[in-house]
Design a protein around this ligand. Structure first.
Ligand code: PLP
Length: 282
Protein backbone atom coordinates (compact mmCIF):
# COMPACT_ATOMS: atom_id res chain seq x y z
CA UNK A 1 0.00 0.00 0.00
CA UNK A 2 2.91 2.33 0.72
CA UNK A 3 5.15 1.40 -2.20
CA UNK A 4 2.95 1.87 -5.28
CA UNK A 5 2.99 5.58 -6.01
CA UNK A 6 1.43 7.82 -8.61
CA UNK A 7 2.29 11.36 -9.65
CA UNK A 8 0.40 14.32 -8.15
CA UNK A 9 0.10 15.45 -11.78
CA UNK A 10 -1.87 12.35 -12.71
CA UNK A 11 -5.16 13.58 -14.14
CA UNK A 12 -6.96 10.80 -12.30
CA UNK A 13 -5.83 12.49 -9.08
CA UNK A 14 -6.32 16.07 -10.33
CA UNK A 15 -9.68 15.69 -12.08
CA UNK A 16 -11.05 12.19 -11.48
CA UNK A 17 -10.28 11.81 -15.16
CA UNK A 18 -10.31 8.08 -15.69
CA UNK A 19 -12.27 4.86 -15.49
CA UNK A 20 -12.13 1.71 -13.41
CA UNK A 21 -13.50 -1.75 -12.78
CA UNK A 22 -14.02 -3.71 -9.59
CA UNK A 23 -13.65 -7.45 -9.83
CA UNK A 24 -14.24 -10.30 -7.44
CA UNK A 25 -11.84 -13.21 -7.21
CA UNK A 26 -13.08 -16.55 -5.91
CA UNK A 27 -10.55 -19.33 -5.23
CA UNK A 28 -8.04 -17.57 -7.44
CA UNK A 29 -10.45 -17.22 -10.39
CA UNK A 30 -11.68 -13.79 -11.51
CA UNK A 31 -15.46 -13.88 -11.94
CA UNK A 32 -16.82 -12.61 -15.27
CA UNK A 33 -13.44 -11.28 -16.31
CA UNK A 34 -14.38 -10.80 -19.98
CA UNK A 35 -17.49 -8.78 -19.12
CA UNK A 36 -15.51 -6.47 -16.82
CA UNK A 37 -12.75 -5.96 -19.36
CA UNK A 38 -15.31 -5.22 -22.05
CA UNK A 39 -16.97 -2.61 -19.83
CA UNK A 40 -13.57 -1.09 -18.96
CA UNK A 41 -12.86 -0.59 -22.66
CA UNK A 42 -16.35 0.82 -23.25
CA UNK A 43 -16.04 3.29 -20.35
CA UNK A 44 -12.61 4.37 -21.57
CA UNK A 45 -13.83 4.90 -25.11
CA UNK A 46 -16.79 6.95 -23.85
CA UNK A 47 -14.32 9.44 -22.36
CA UNK A 48 -11.89 9.10 -25.28
CA UNK A 49 -9.12 7.29 -23.45
CA UNK A 50 -7.39 4.86 -25.73
CA UNK A 51 -6.33 1.75 -23.83
CA UNK A 52 -3.54 0.55 -26.03
CA UNK A 53 -2.98 -2.68 -24.08
CA UNK A 54 -4.83 -5.71 -25.37
CA UNK A 55 -7.31 -7.41 -22.99
CA UNK A 56 -4.98 -10.43 -22.68
CA UNK A 57 -2.23 -8.21 -21.25
CA UNK A 58 -4.62 -6.64 -18.73
CA UNK A 59 -5.78 -10.08 -17.61
CA UNK A 60 -2.17 -11.20 -17.20
CA UNK A 61 -1.40 -8.09 -15.12
CA UNK A 62 -4.33 -8.91 -12.80
CA UNK A 63 -3.29 -12.54 -12.35
CA UNK A 64 0.33 -11.45 -11.80
CA UNK A 65 -0.81 -9.01 -9.09
CA UNK A 66 -2.90 -11.71 -7.41
CA UNK A 67 0.05 -14.09 -7.49
CA UNK A 68 2.50 -11.53 -6.13
CA UNK A 69 0.13 -10.79 -3.24
CA UNK A 70 -0.86 -14.44 -2.82
CA UNK A 71 -4.54 -13.46 -2.87
CA UNK A 72 -7.12 -16.16 -3.62
CA UNK A 73 -10.29 -14.56 -2.22
CA UNK A 74 -9.84 -11.01 -3.32
CA UNK A 75 -11.12 -7.68 -4.43
CA UNK A 76 -9.38 -6.35 -7.54
CA UNK A 77 -9.54 -2.87 -8.92
CA UNK A 78 -8.25 -1.84 -12.33
CA UNK A 79 -7.76 1.91 -12.72
CA UNK A 80 -7.03 3.59 -16.02
CA UNK A 81 -6.46 7.33 -15.83
CA UNK A 82 -5.86 9.92 -18.54
CA UNK A 83 -2.23 9.87 -17.42
CA UNK A 84 0.36 12.29 -16.09
CA UNK A 85 0.44 15.79 -17.55
CA UNK A 86 0.58 19.48 -16.77
CA UNK A 87 -2.41 21.10 -15.06
CA UNK A 88 -5.15 21.78 -17.57
CA UNK A 89 -8.12 19.96 -19.01
CA UNK A 90 -6.74 19.21 -22.46
CA UNK A 91 -6.31 15.43 -22.84
CA UNK A 92 -3.31 16.12 -25.09
CA UNK A 93 -1.40 17.16 -21.96
CA UNK A 94 -1.28 13.46 -21.05
CA UNK A 95 0.62 11.38 -23.58
CA UNK A 96 0.06 8.00 -21.91
CA UNK A 97 -2.75 6.61 -19.72
CA UNK A 98 -1.78 5.40 -16.25
CA UNK A 99 -2.70 1.81 -15.63
CA UNK A 100 -2.94 0.45 -12.07
CA UNK A 101 -4.05 -2.90 -10.65
CA UNK A 102 -4.88 -3.13 -6.95
CA UNK A 103 -5.70 -6.36 -5.16
CA UNK A 104 -6.68 -6.76 -1.53
CA UNK A 105 -8.04 -9.64 0.50
CA UNK A 106 -11.80 -9.94 0.20
CA UNK A 107 -13.72 -8.83 3.29
CA UNK A 108 -17.30 -10.07 3.37
CA UNK A 109 -20.24 -8.18 4.80
CA UNK A 110 -21.44 -9.57 8.13
CA UNK A 111 -23.63 -12.66 7.64
CA UNK A 112 -26.48 -10.91 9.43
CA UNK A 113 -26.83 -8.48 6.48
CA UNK A 114 -27.66 -11.43 4.22
CA UNK A 115 -30.01 -13.01 6.75
CA UNK A 116 -31.86 -10.00 8.12
CA UNK A 117 -31.34 -7.52 5.31
CA UNK A 118 -30.11 -3.93 5.43
CA UNK A 119 -31.64 -0.48 5.48
CA UNK A 120 -31.35 1.82 2.48
CA UNK A 121 -32.31 5.49 2.21
CA UNK A 122 -33.78 7.26 -0.78
CA UNK A 123 -31.61 10.36 -0.79
CA UNK A 124 -32.16 13.91 -2.00
CA UNK A 125 -29.02 13.88 -4.15
CA UNK A 126 -30.04 12.92 -7.68
CA UNK A 127 -28.08 10.52 -9.88
CA UNK A 128 -26.00 12.28 -12.53
CA UNK A 129 -28.09 13.25 -15.52
CA UNK A 130 -27.23 10.96 -18.44
CA UNK A 131 -26.74 14.00 -20.69
CA UNK A 132 -24.14 15.46 -18.32
CA UNK A 133 -22.14 12.47 -17.11
CA UNK A 134 -23.59 9.16 -18.25
CA UNK A 135 -23.76 6.64 -15.37
CA UNK A 136 -22.88 3.97 -17.97
CA UNK A 137 -19.33 5.35 -17.77
CA UNK A 138 -17.75 3.66 -14.76
CA UNK A 139 -15.72 6.73 -14.07
CA UNK A 140 -13.28 7.62 -11.31
CA UNK A 141 -15.32 10.77 -10.76
CA UNK A 142 -17.41 9.52 -7.85
CA UNK A 143 -18.51 12.72 -6.11
CA UNK A 144 -22.17 12.24 -7.07
CA UNK A 145 -22.16 8.87 -5.31
CA UNK A 146 -20.07 10.03 -2.36
CA UNK A 147 -22.37 12.90 -1.40
CA UNK A 148 -25.33 10.55 -1.77
CA UNK A 149 -23.63 8.03 0.48
CA UNK A 150 -22.88 10.69 3.12
CA UNK A 151 -26.58 11.57 3.17
CA UNK A 152 -27.61 7.91 3.58
CA UNK A 153 -25.00 7.19 6.24
CA UNK A 154 -26.30 10.09 8.33
CA UNK A 155 -29.64 8.25 8.36
CA UNK A 156 -28.03 5.00 9.50
CA UNK A 157 -28.50 3.38 6.10
CA UNK A 158 -26.18 0.87 4.45
CA UNK A 159 -26.73 2.26 0.96
CA UNK A 160 -28.22 5.36 -0.69
CA UNK A 161 -30.77 4.96 -3.44
CA UNK A 162 -30.68 7.83 -5.91
CA UNK A 163 -33.49 8.98 -8.15
CA UNK A 164 -32.80 10.31 -11.61
CA UNK A 165 -33.51 13.95 -12.52
CA UNK A 166 -37.14 13.05 -13.28
CA UNK A 167 -37.70 11.39 -9.92
CA UNK A 168 -37.53 7.77 -11.07
CA UNK A 169 -35.60 5.21 -9.04
CA UNK A 170 -32.09 4.93 -10.52
CA UNK A 171 -29.51 3.02 -8.49
CA UNK A 172 -27.36 2.83 -5.37
CA UNK A 173 -23.97 4.47 -4.97
CA UNK A 174 -22.22 1.20 -5.80
CA UNK A 175 -25.15 -1.07 -6.61
CA UNK A 176 -28.20 -1.68 -8.77
CA UNK A 177 -31.60 -2.08 -7.17
CA UNK A 178 -34.28 -4.73 -7.69
CA UNK A 179 -37.71 -5.26 -6.17
CA UNK A 180 -40.43 -7.85 -6.36
CA UNK A 181 -44.06 -6.97 -6.83
CA UNK A 182 -46.85 -9.36 -7.84
CA UNK A 183 -44.24 -12.07 -8.46
CA UNK A 184 -42.45 -9.87 -11.01
CA UNK A 185 -38.81 -8.94 -10.55
CA UNK A 186 -38.44 -5.23 -11.39
CA UNK A 187 -35.35 -3.10 -11.95
CA UNK A 188 -34.86 0.35 -13.52
CA UNK A 189 -34.17 0.19 -17.23
CA UNK A 190 -30.87 1.53 -18.57
CA UNK A 191 -32.63 4.54 -20.08
CA UNK A 192 -33.25 5.88 -16.54
CA UNK A 193 -29.50 6.48 -16.30
CA UNK A 194 -27.79 3.68 -14.39
CA UNK A 195 -24.71 1.53 -14.71
CA UNK A 196 -25.38 -1.71 -16.57
CA UNK A 197 -24.19 -3.76 -13.62
CA UNK A 198 -22.66 -7.10 -14.47
CA UNK A 199 -24.39 -8.61 -11.43
CA UNK A 200 -27.64 -7.01 -12.62
CA UNK A 201 -27.33 -8.81 -15.95
CA UNK A 202 -26.59 -12.14 -14.28
CA UNK A 203 -29.63 -11.73 -12.00
CA UNK A 204 -31.90 -10.99 -14.98
CA UNK A 205 -30.56 -14.13 -16.71
CA UNK A 206 -31.10 -16.21 -13.57
CA UNK A 207 -34.68 -14.94 -13.23
CA UNK A 208 -35.27 -16.03 -16.80
CA UNK A 209 -33.79 -19.46 -16.17
CA UNK A 210 -35.91 -19.92 -13.03
CA UNK A 211 -39.08 -18.82 -14.79
CA UNK A 212 -39.41 -15.65 -12.71
CA UNK A 213 -41.03 -12.86 -14.69
CA UNK A 214 -38.90 -9.73 -14.89
CA UNK A 215 -39.49 -6.17 -15.96
CA UNK A 216 -37.07 -3.35 -16.68
CA UNK A 217 -38.85 -0.02 -16.48
CA UNK A 218 -39.39 3.33 -14.80
CA UNK A 219 -40.34 3.10 -11.15
CA UNK A 220 -41.11 5.56 -8.38
CA UNK A 221 -40.27 5.51 -4.66
CA UNK A 222 -43.91 4.46 -4.05
CA UNK A 223 -43.28 1.32 -6.08
CA UNK A 224 -40.44 0.17 -3.90
CA UNK A 225 -42.06 1.26 -0.62
CA UNK A 226 -44.88 -1.12 -1.60
CA UNK A 227 -42.68 -3.95 -2.81
CA UNK A 228 -42.80 -7.48 -1.41
CA UNK A 229 -39.02 -7.90 -1.52
CA UNK A 230 -36.13 -5.55 -2.32
CA UNK A 231 -32.41 -6.13 -2.80
CA UNK A 232 -29.32 -4.39 -4.14
CA UNK A 233 -26.59 -6.03 -6.19
CA UNK A 234 -22.97 -5.64 -7.11
CA UNK A 235 -19.89 -7.64 -7.98
CA UNK A 236 -18.31 -7.72 -4.55
CA UNK A 237 -21.36 -8.15 -2.31
CA UNK A 238 -23.53 -10.06 -4.80
CA UNK A 239 -27.19 -9.88 -3.65
CA UNK A 240 -27.87 -7.91 -0.46
CA UNK A 241 -31.45 -8.07 0.82
CA UNK A 242 -33.12 -4.81 1.84
CA UNK A 243 -35.70 -4.97 4.61
CA UNK A 244 -36.04 -1.26 5.36
CA UNK A 245 -36.33 1.75 3.04
CA UNK A 246 -36.23 5.05 4.95
CA UNK A 247 -38.76 4.30 7.71
CA UNK A 248 -40.77 1.78 5.69
CA UNK A 249 -40.38 -1.87 6.62
CA UNK A 250 -40.29 -4.25 3.66
CA UNK A 251 -40.06 -7.49 5.58
CA UNK A 252 -38.46 -8.85 8.68
CA UNK A 253 -36.07 -11.22 6.93
CA UNK A 254 -34.66 -12.02 3.50
CA UNK A 255 -37.50 -12.73 1.05
CA UNK A 256 -38.16 -16.10 -0.56
CA UNK A 257 -37.36 -15.05 -4.14
CA UNK A 258 -34.28 -13.10 -3.02
CA UNK A 259 -33.02 -16.30 -1.37
CA UNK A 260 -33.71 -18.30 -4.51
CA UNK A 261 -31.82 -15.81 -6.67
CA UNK A 262 -28.88 -15.69 -4.23
CA UNK A 263 -28.64 -19.47 -4.22
CA UNK A 264 -28.70 -19.61 -8.01
CA UNK A 265 -26.09 -16.82 -8.17
CA UNK A 266 -23.75 -18.80 -5.90
CA UNK A 267 -24.27 -21.83 -8.11
CA UNK A 268 -23.20 -19.79 -11.14
CA UNK A 269 -20.10 -18.61 -9.27
CA UNK A 270 -19.22 -22.21 -8.33
CA UNK A 271 -19.62 -23.32 -11.95
CA UNK A 272 -17.49 -20.40 -13.17
CA UNK A 273 -14.72 -21.27 -10.70
CA UNK A 274 -14.80 -24.92 -11.77
CA UNK A 275 -14.51 -23.96 -15.44
CA UNK A 276 -11.83 -21.36 -14.68
CA UNK A 277 -9.71 -23.93 -12.88
CA UNK A 278 -10.12 -26.48 -15.67
CA UNK A 279 -9.07 -23.86 -18.26
CA UNK A 280 -6.00 -22.76 -16.33
CA UNK A 281 -5.14 -26.38 -15.46
CA UNK A 282 -5.05 -25.64 -11.70
N1 PLP B 1 -24.08 1.03 -9.99
C1 PLP B 1 -22.98 1.71 -9.59
C2 PLP B 1 -23.03 3.21 -9.54
C3 PLP B 1 -21.81 1.02 -9.25
O1 PLP B 1 -20.72 1.71 -8.88
C4 PLP B 1 -21.81 -0.39 -9.29
C5 PLP B 1 -20.61 -1.15 -8.92
O2 PLP B 1 -19.68 -0.66 -8.37
C6 PLP B 1 -22.97 -1.06 -9.69
C7 PLP B 1 -24.09 -0.32 -10.04
C8 PLP B 1 -23.00 -2.56 -9.78
O3 PLP B 1 -22.24 -3.02 -10.88
P1 PLP B 1 -21.58 -4.45 -10.94
O4 PLP B 1 -22.70 -5.44 -10.72
O5 PLP B 1 -21.02 -4.55 -12.30
O6 PLP B 1 -20.57 -4.53 -9.86
Amino acid sequence: MHKALTSVFDHGFLYGDGVYETLRVYKGVVFKFDEHIERLFRSASMIRINISRPPREIKDAVYKTLKANNHKEAYVRINVTRGVGDIGLDPELCPKPTFVVISKPFKALPKSCYEKGVKVAIVKVRRNFKGALDPMIKSLNFLNNIIAYIEAKAQGAYEAIMLNYKGYIAEGTTSNIFFLKNNTLCTPDLGVGVLDGITRNIILDIADELGIKSKEGKFTPEDIYNADEVFVSNTTKEIVPVTMIDDVKIGSRTGKITKMLSKAYKKKVAEHIRQGKVRSGK
